[in-house]
Design a protein around this ligand. Structure first.
Ligand code: NAP
Length: 257
């Protein structure tokens, strides 16, 4: 029986997620690479010599199957990296719902669905972004994101208000930016704060991390940073003792929010 800690990474068939899998493996973790594209994910897992499970973060059935598979092997997750994300062109109801559905609600569903199989003393991180910074919101909305009494349900209601505001054409008047990606990434930092508080009794460290602007399908070819640099920024927030629960980090430092 292996004594290595176990990590699971979402959206890891390519880009930063794949880089995170590789660094965690090299750091001595058993890693489960997950992806919604099974053929690509399996091929990468085979290449890296790690396990594979299919996980579309918007699929309740996939999330339940992953939890069951880990439980059936009598193991617990020491690390969960919520990396899967999209950035779409345009600003329509469809773009807003799809972006929030994957980047925020998907990460929330994966985390809540896997919580029973996360070890006490483990770590969860949400891959956020500098685009999650709060300077683009009205003071009222900023105050709601940063409220120390924010709960999971209040955060979901806040994100739902944005979606409804876009649909009604009132979101800018309400103090929101016209960017679903920005809102999704701000909400992930807030979620890290809420879960850090809620999971403190189980000593689970919850952080958010920004990889910086990285050369991937999403980041494009002119981005200044390599996948390895971006992945390391995230892995540090998971594994370093200096990265404290509730923190938002980039490049081994506290990031602005
Ligand atoms: P990427 O190359 O486009 O990779 C995104 C990954 O997420 C892909 O594997 C994609 O799968 C997966 N994904 C999308 N929807 C999914 C779903 N419903 N279920 C499971 N997986 C899903 O982008 P990246 O640059 O590596 O981005 C990784 C993370 O870093 C994202 O959260 C992104 O917002 C964040 N980030 C990136 C940058 C940057 O400059 N690149 C900067 C800041 C933050 P498919 O291959 O099937 O589409």
């Amino acid at each position: 029986m292996t004594t290595k800690p176990l990590a699971l990474v979402t959206g890891a068939n390519q880009g930063i997620g794949l880089g995170i899998v590789e660094e965690l493996r090299d750091d001595g973790y058993d890693v489960i690479l997950t992806s919604r594209n099974e053929a690509e994910g399996r091929a990468e897992a085979k290449r890296l010599g790690v396990e594979y499970l299919r996980l579309d973060v918007t699929s309740a059935a996939d999330i339940a199957a992953v939890a069951e598979s880990v439980r059936a092997s009598n193991r617990k997750l020491d690390v969960l990296v919520n990396n899967a994300g999209i950035s779409m062109d345009g600003f329509t109801d469809h773009v807003v719902k799809t972006t929030l559905g994957i980047n925020f609600f998907g990460a929330l569903a994966v985390t809540e669905g896997l919580l029973p199989i996360i070890a006490d003393g483990g770590a969860i991180t949400f891959v956020s972004s500098g685009m999650g910074e709060l300077h683009v919101y009205s003071p009222q909305i900023r105050a709601r994101f940063t409220d120390p009494k924010l709960t999971r349900d209040k955060l979901v209601a806040l994100v739902d208000e944005f979606i409804a505001g876009v649909h009604a054409g009132t979101h800018e008047r309400m103090g929101w930016p016209s960017s679903a990606y920005r809102v999704s990434k701000a909400a992930l930092v807030a979620l890290a704060h809420v879960l850090a508080r809620d999971l403190a009794p189980r000593h689970i460290k919850v952080t958010a991390a920004c990889p910086g602007w990285v050369r991937t399908r999403m980041g494009g070819r002119s981005a200044p940073r390599s996948v390895e640099q971006g992945a390391h920024s995230v892995v540090w927030a998971v594994t370093a003792k200096e990265a404290k629960t509730g923190g938002f980090y980039r490049d081994e430092r506290v990031a602005n929010w």
